[in-house]
Write a new protein. Structure first.
Length: 307
C-alpha cells in the first residue's frame, strides 16, 4: 500500500504538478515569444501594429463566453495589441450565439465586440489567435483599473438611475444544473441559507428598507419557501437580469460567470463568493463564517439526495 506523504508519492505529485505547469507555461511562453518578435525594434513595432489578435468564441453559455471575451480584450489592451474580437471556428455549432449577442447589447458593447466573424486561417500572416492559457494566465488581475475605465468608456450610455429610488439589491442564486447531489458541481452550490445570511448580516442592518430581488430559475434542489420574503424573479430574460445586476446598488454573486460579468460593470457594492475566478480588488468577499455555515448546510443537503 502506498501511503500519502511518503517520498515516492511526494516525488510523483511533484512530477505531475511540474508537468501541468510546464504545459501551461509552454503555451504562455510561445504566445509571449510571438508578441516579443512582433514588437522588437522598429520593424517589429510596425509588424505588431499590423497584427490583429483574436480569441476563439466559446461554445458554452453566455456568462463564460463573454467573460472570456472581456479577459482577452483586457490582455490585448495591457500589451498594446489590437483585439479583433472572438472568432468562430469553421464547421462549429454555436448554440448560444444569439444569447451572447443579446447580452453584449445589454452591456452596451455591441459596437465593440459584434458581429462575431470567422477565425482567420493559419496562413493569414496578419492575425494571431491567442491561447486561452495566455490571456487567462493572471485571471482577474488583468482586469485592471485602467482597463475598467477603458471598457466602460466603450459602452453605449445607459439611462440615469432615478435619484429617489430605494436601495436595489440583486441576488444571483445559481440553480438549474448546479445541485448538491452531483460531485462535479457540488463545489458551486450555495444553499438558500447562504444568501439569507448575507442579506441579514451584510445588507439589512444598514438598509432595512432595501428592495431585494432573488434572480434564479424554477429548477432547484431546494424549494423557494425560505426566500419567499424577498421578491423572487424566476421568469425574466437574461438581458433584463443582467441589466438589473449592472444597475443594482448591491449585487450578491453566486459562483458563476453569469453574475461575475455584470458585476464587472456594477459601480455599487459587490459581494463575492469565492470560486476559481478571483474577485476584483474593490469587491467584498463573503465572510469565512458564512462560507463555513454554507458548506455545513451543503453537506446536510447531500444526505437528502436520491441514491
Amino acid at each position: 500500500m502506498i501511503v500519502l506523504g511518503t517520498p515516492f508519492v511526494l516525488a510523483f505529485l511533484s512530477m505531475v504538478n511540474t508537468y501541468r505547469e510546464t504545459f501551461t507555461d509552454k503555451e504562455v511562453r510561445r504566445q509571449r515569444s510571438l508578441l516579443f518578435q512582433a514588437s522588437s525594434g522598429t520593424e517589429g513595432s510596425e509588424k505588431a501594429n499590423n497584427l490583429t489578435y483574436y480569441s476563439i468564441l466559446r461554445k458554452d453559455r453566455s456568462g463564460a463566453a463573454i467573460h472570456d471575451i472581456l479577459v482577452a480584450h483586457a490582455y490585448c489592451s495591457a500589451n498594446g495589441l489590437r483585439y479583433g474580437g472572438a472568432c468562430q471556428k469553421v464547421d462549429t455549432s454555436y448554440t448560444f450565439q444569439s444569447a451572447h449577442e443579446n447580452l453584449l447589447r445589454t452591456l452596451g458593447l455591441e459596437d465593440t465586440f459584434l458581429p462575431f466573424g470567422p477565425c482567420p486561417s493559419e496562413s493569414d500572416s496578419s492575425a494571431i489567435i491567442l491561447e486561452r492559457e495566455t490571456y487567462f494566465a493572471t485571471d482577474s488581475a488583468i482586469l485592471t483599473k485602467g482597463w475598467l475605465s477603458e471598457i466602460k468608456s466603450l459602452r453605449r450610455p445607459s439611462p440615469p438611475r432615478p435619484s429617489d429610488r430605494p436601495v436595489q439589491v440583486a441576488v444571483h442564486v445559481r440553480r438549474g444544473d448546479v445541485t448538491p447531489c452531483q460531485s462535479n458541481v457540488v463545489f458551486r452550490y450555495l444553499p438558500n441559507t447562504h444568501f439569507q445570511r448575507i442579506i441579514e448580516t451584510r445588507v439589512l442592518p444598514k438598509h432595512p428598507n432595501a428592495n431585494i430581488t432573488i434572480y434564479s430559475v424554477h429548477k432547484s434542489f431546494e424549494d423557494w419557501e425560505s426566500l419567499s420574503g424577498y421578491q423572487l424573479d424566476l421568469h425574466s430574460s437574461a438581458m433584463d437580469v443582467w441589466d438589473s445586476m449592472v444597475n443594482a446598488d448591491i449585487l450578491i454573486l453566486s459562483k458563476s460567470s453569469f453574475s461575475f460579468v455584470p458585476a464587472i460593470f456594477n459601480t455599487g457594492r459587490v459581494i463575492y463568493a469565492p470560486f476559481w475566478h478571483k474577485p476584483l480588488p474593490t469587491w467584498e468577499s463573503t465572510p469565512d463564517y458564512i462560507l463555513a455555515e454554507s458548506q455545513a448546510e451543503v453537506e446536510r443537503l447531500r444526505h437528502l439526495c436520491p441514491e
